[in-house]
Design a binder for this molecule. Structure first.
Ligand code: FE2
Ligand code: FE2
Length: 260
């Protein structure tokens, strides 16, 4: 099974890049399933039905999310009904959205979940306990499981990886928008990376126009965030699983358009 996973797709620049490049990448990697983290799709804040629709149309099969998923009130009913989109499962039980999604193609099947970290993040329940509860309730544990762990702390992500290795087939970290160079297959057979990074503008501070963020840091002047559209980059990983659901390969994808 061959999977492409894109790190947090940020605003219109990120969406346009996916729509433009996905047909080529899907063909190049012979991907069975394409997944992206959608928490920043709509101008960096959450998701809307309209922007999601364009991405489904371009060939995306499933979307994970994170702390920004519910930023847009107008999207809550869409989040509630969209079966291909998953919310963090360790948020309160009555949170809006589905906690898991299954992709199927021929004789291939992949389950997808996401969780958020507790360190330097909005409040949520323990991802460790949340994962265990989910795992113990699975009716078909033989189906490979892809986990997006959406968290700030590298230590929490690394610890979580050791916790779920031997159970999950893939753990992709997201949220920091910076790709880490530590992709590997852990001893239990799980493909792992601390953070896949961001698909959007490289000439920015994690997606936002850099002068706005600099003004906050240097002059303490708060301004409305605006999405940068310069130096577009793709941050993704390609993962291949063998027939037993163990990882055979994880490969980082990092491309950047040079500034004019
Ligand atoms: Fe994000
Ligand atoms: Fe996030």
């Amino acid at each position: 099974m061959r999977i492409l996973f894109f790190g947090d797709v940020f605003g219109k620049p990120g969406r346009s890049l996916i729509m433009q490049e996905l047909p080529r990448l899907r063909h190049e990697y012979k991907a069975d399933f394409v997944i992206l983290n959608a928490e920043n799709l709509a101008d960096g804040r959450g998701i809307t039905e309209k922007v999601a629709k364009a991405l489904w149309h371009s060939g995306v099969d499933a979307m994970t999310s994170g702390n920004h998923l519910w930023d847009r009130e107008e999207a809550l009913s869409y989040i509630a009904k969209e079966k291909r989109l998953v919310r963090p499962l360790n948020y309160p039980a009555n949170s809006i959205g589905n906690i898991s999604c299954r992709l199927e193609k021929g004789n291939l099947a992949l389950d997808i979940i996401c969780l958020t970290g507790q360190m330097f993040m909005p409040p949520c329940d323990s991802a460790f306990h949340g994962f265990d509860t989910f795992w113990n309730s699975r009716k078909e544990p033989e189906i490979p499981l892809l986990v997006d762990f959406h968290a700030e702390s590298t230590a929490e992500k690394r610890a979580f990886a050791w916790h779920i290795d031997c159970r999950a087939a893939v753990m992709v970290g997201t949220h920091t928008h910076i790709q880490t160079a530590d992709s590997e297959i852990l001893p239990g057979g799980m493909a792992y990376i601390t953070d896949v990074g961001m698909t959007g503008s490289h000439d920015s501070v994690i997606g936002v126009k850099k002068h706005i963020i600099l003004d906050r840091f240097v002059n303490n002047i708060p301004q409305r965030f605006e999405t940068s559209d310069k130096g577009l980059m793709i941050n993704a990983v390609f993962i291949e699983l063998d027939n037993s659901g163990k990882a055979r390969e994880i490969r980082r994808i990092w491309t950047k358009e040079e500034l004019q």
